[in-house]
Design a protein around this ligand. Structure first.
Ligand code: CP3
Length: 355
């Protein structure tokens, strides 16, 4: 819904207000991977253009970003790109098939040393151009989220070379050569800080790190490796005055650790009820999530009950952004997404918690 003019001042968009734990007229919603293959208009474009070309062509990447916003009253847009895109800019030779495949995995101290720093405007200028194009064309003045991969998640792909269930080589590196793992994470943390800063300077209004493989680590290793690197990235962005979001997939066992991270919003998957998340994280952080992407396959009536549960768990306090617990599945019915977005708005606006 549009940010409206009231008394000459522009009202803060509900998504940005919720990130700051301010009251909103309804619970804002956006959907992880909202631009993508479940949309026929995306598949139509993808039939003509390969994925990497899509991400490197600002007009096309901006178009794909805006596709879901034309269909649904989403409360945020998210840059269409991939977590591996900036690594291509750093000279990493990689392909998408459809997941990222790194031709020469990074496993030694020498390879880590050889990874250059990222200079976003030089190495990935098309990303900032995409951000500017989206901001100029986004419907309803919807806020735009810029994003990057969490350093540990990027390390998983760089060390293993391809998607994996267990990411054995990356986890073994942490134990076999912790100093090499830390050096790699530091480089990735600094590169992602530069990358996110450049996105904010180009117009991104919130910044998010996707730590998709957080749940592979026990709390001590999560804190020493993944969280320390994410904190390094986030600390470098604190002066920008845009909300910072950290999404930890399968983070149920990591809530106490996540509480330590200085960010505005913690995103969680569906395995931890939001009531528990809010109790552990306390009033200082907003939460984002956490409907199971599979719930979009339930009947329309059941879907409403599942949404009710998420909203009830999130409770009355400000600072909840509705989302799925992980990316939307590509075989999802686009009409189910329409029902989800409308119901979240309608139910949260009439609930006693609507303020
Ligand atoms: O949210 C959005 O709408 C923005 C788009 C976006 C993509 N990738 C586009 C994409 C985002 C935010 C990502 C992040 C990403 N990429 C993550 C973190 C989020 C998560 O899902 O955990 C990860 C782990 C990746 C790595 C990746 N990229 C994989 C595993 C795959 C293949 C499988 C899959 O889920 O699609 C990709 C390719 C990719 N990234 C596609 C899209 C639309 C599919 C490419 C195609 O059209 O063939």
């Amino acid at each position: 819904m549009a940010a409206e003019l009231s008394g000459g001042a522009q009202r803060t968009a509900p998504f940005l207000a919720a990130c700051r734990r301010q009251a909103t007229p309804y619970t804002p919603i956006w959907i992880m991977r909202q631009a993508g293959r479940y949309l026929p208009e995306y598949r139509e474009l993808r039939a003509k253009v390969d994925f990497v070309t899509l991400t490197r062509t600002p007009e096309l990447a901006a178009e794909v970003t805006l596709q879901p916003l034309r269909r649904y009253e989403l409360d945020a847009a998210i840059l269409f790109s991939d977590i591996m895109t900036p690594l291509q800019g750093m000279g990493v030779d990689l392909d998408f098939d459809p997941g990222p495949v790194v031709r020469t995995p990074v496993r030694t101290a020498e390879q880590v040393e050889a990874l250059p720093a990222l200079v976003p405007e030089r190495d990935v200028p098309f990303v900032m151009e995409t951000v500017r194009l989206i901001r100029a064309n986004v419907p309803r003045n919807t806020p735009l989220i810029g994003f990057a991969g969490g350093p540990f998640t990027l390390m998983c792909y760089l060390v293993c070379g391809k998607p994996s269930k267990e990411f054995e080589a990356a986890r073994a590196l942490i134990y076999a050569q912790p100093a090499v793992a830390e050096a790699l994470l530091d480089r990735l943390a600094d590169a992602m800080a530069a990358y996110l800063r450049a996105q904010a300077q180009a117009g991104a209004q919130a910044l998010m790190l996707f730590e998709s493989w957080a749940g592979l680590l026990a709390p001590p290793e999560f804190e020493r490796f993944a969280l320390r690197a994410a904190a390094r990235t986030m600390a470098a962005l604190r002066g920008l005055d845009v909300p910072l979001i950290y999404y930890a997939n399968q983070g149920s066992a990591l809530m106490e650790s996540l509480k330590q991270l200085d960010v505005d919003v913690i995103g969680v998957d569906w395995r931890t009820p939001l009531g528990t998340v809010r109790r552990v994280l306390g009033p200082e952080k907003a939460v984002q999530g956490n409907l199971d992407p599979a719930a979009l396959f339930s009947s329309p009536e059941d879907l409403e009950r599942h949404v009710d549960r998420v909203l009830d768990e999130a409770g009355d306090a400000p600072g909840h952004i509705f989302n799925l617990g992980h990316g939307i599945w590509q075989n999802t019915d686009p009409d189910a997404v329409a029902r989800l977005v409308d119901y979240v708005h309608e139910r949260s606006a009439r609930a006693p918690s609507a303020r």
